[in-house]
Ligand binder design. Structure first.
Ligand code: ARG
Length: 476
């Protein structure tokens, strides 16, 4: 079978070249969008009198038949692969068009009037990606819903907060959950931005410079649900920014997933034991009978590398390409498909894992006694009592030092709240236990009610605010 473009060729393609050149193996994923694009195109051609209404109807009927045929055949073969399509077809655009000509004859040859595969592939990719963005956003929104539920469940469960992997200040587990809520909220916003920016139809840009036919690009844009046509044909066939933007958004979101997976993996270890990952999200060891490994957390971390790779690959493919279309661009789709699949699956798995994980309150509670978590609170309290903050900082530093000395001498833990008047006066004669007031961890957390702070009351506000944002997002 010779290619649809074979007119000026005397020799058939080399078999190796044919395979190397073909994208059908992966771009068949776009068959639905390709057919949608063709139907919009031929509808417009008829409207403009470029084909007749009978020809339009015949072509649309043929295309719908092909859609059925491919969908049916995909059920037989390997997942997402149609046994009807082979590298002989080169790509999905050629495959559909040549099948159309086979089915309806010469009328089928009119479909490709006033378009090129260069604009066609861009239409397919944008339509496909917009669908996928909606699906990924739904998964992230579900993750956010679970985070909100968990944050409420743990709104007043205390735990140590870290900086530099060292105990820093006491927080609540609910507060911790809400930090991740913010990250995935930004991911959702990035997805929406990216969706909006790609919401323009390249159809009718043709090979690179538009066409001499009197086409209506506004009409095809509208038929396909885009907010309008793209502005410049040369840019339209060579722009892959929207894909790179998507891959950047995917990479950032995977980075969030990976950070969380890293923490969960550590916190599930016997060293921490802060939390329990449910059995169904763990695996055993083939040799060590006692093991319950957090493989899924690790795999989420690992998958992130893969998505970064997708981003780097496409940035690198694009960097040396002159205007306008170049075949290099064919390398874009596998990166997009890979990132779509990986991101969607990772977010869904993370959501389930989070939903089914339990924090161990007793372990967290025991940790609160370590690392002088209330030191900043004491300094802030002294400052409120009139001692300048820098001086208060210095005083509390000396209190910490004294606790450490006492701990060594007496062989038992010593917290700031354990210091008695005689200890305190050794440090500064203004200090008394009474002056320090309630410096217990729950009291300290309770008092951190500045906007965005960790107090349960403030975290409840963050949860309500988050829930209402999520609601608005879903309603748009
Ligand atoms: N299969 C190509 C791709 O994946 C479609 C565009 C081909 N255009 C061309 N002039 N060779 O990007």
């Amino acid at each position: 079978m010779s290619a649809l473009w074979s007119g000026r060729f005397e020799k058939d393609m080399d078999e190796l070249v044919k395979k190397f050149n073909a994208s059908i193996d992966f771009d068949q994923r776009l068959y639905n969008e390709d057919i949608d694009g063709s139907i919009a195109h031929v509808t417009m051609l008829a409207e403009r009198g470029i084909v007749t209404e009978e020809e339009r109807d015949e072509i649309i009927k043929g295309l719908e038949g092909i859609r059925q045929e491919i969908a049916e055949s995909m059920k037989e073969g390997e997942e997402g692969k149609s046994p009807l399509l082979s590298y002989e077809d080169e790509d999905i655009h050629m495959a559909v068009e040549s099948r159309l000509i086979q089915l309806i004859g010469d009328t089928g040859k009119k479909l490709h009037t006033a378009r090129s595969r260069n604009d066609q592939v861009q239409v397919d990719c944008r339509l496909y990606m917009q669908k996928q963005i909606a699906e990924i956003a739904a998964v992230l929104a579900e993750l956010e819903t679970i985070i909100l539920k968990k944050a409420e469940e743990y709104v007043d469960t205390l735990m140590p907060g870290f900086t530099h992997i060292q105990h820093a200040q006491p927080i609540t587990v609910g507060f911790y959950f809400m930090a991740y809520f913010q990250m995935f909220k930004r991911d959702l916003q990035r997805l929406r931005d990216c969706y909006d920016r790609m919401d323009y139809s390249p159809l009718g840009s043709c090979a690179m410079a538009g066409t001499t036919f009197d086409i209506d690009r506004h009409m095809t844009a509208e038929l396909l649900g885009f907010s309008g046509p793209t502005e410049n044909a040369m840019d339209s066939v060579s722009d892959r920014d929207y894909m790179i933007e998507f891959l950047s958004a995917a990479s950032i979101s995977m980075m969030h997933i990976s950070r969380w997976a890293e923490e969960i993996t550590w916190w599930n270890s016997s060293e921490f034991s802060y939390l329990d990952i449910e059995d169904s999200y763990c695996t055993g060891s083939s040799i060590m009978p006692q093991k319950k490994n957090p493989d899924i957390g690790e795999l989420l971390r690992g998958k992130t590398g893969r998505v970064y790779g997708d981003l780097m690959a496409l940035l690198t493919v694009m960097k040396g390409t002159p205007l306008s279309f170049n075949k290099d661009f064919q390398e874009d789709k596998e990166r997009i498909f890979d990132a779509v699949d990986t991101w969607k699956a990772s977010a869904a798995i993370l959501a389930k894992m989070i939903e089914n994980m339990e924090f161990r309150k007793e372990v967290l509670e025991a940790q609160l006694m370590k690392g002088f978590l209330n030191a900043t609170d004491v300094a802030e309290h002294l400052a409120r009592m009139g001692i300048p903050f820098r001086e208060a900082h210095e005083i509390v530093g000396r209190m910490v030092k004294l606790c450490e000395d006492l701990e060594r001498q007496e062989g038992r833990p010593f917290g700031l709240e354990d210091l008695q008047d005689n200890h305190l006066q050794e440090i500064d004669d203004r200090l008394t236990k009474e002056l320090l007031g309630d410096i217990s961890i729950p009291a300290c957390v309770e008092a951190r009610n500045s906007y965005g702070g960790t107090s349960p009351k403030e975290v409840m506000r963050q949860i309500e605010e988050g829930a209402s944002w999520l609601q608005d997002f879903a309603n748009r």
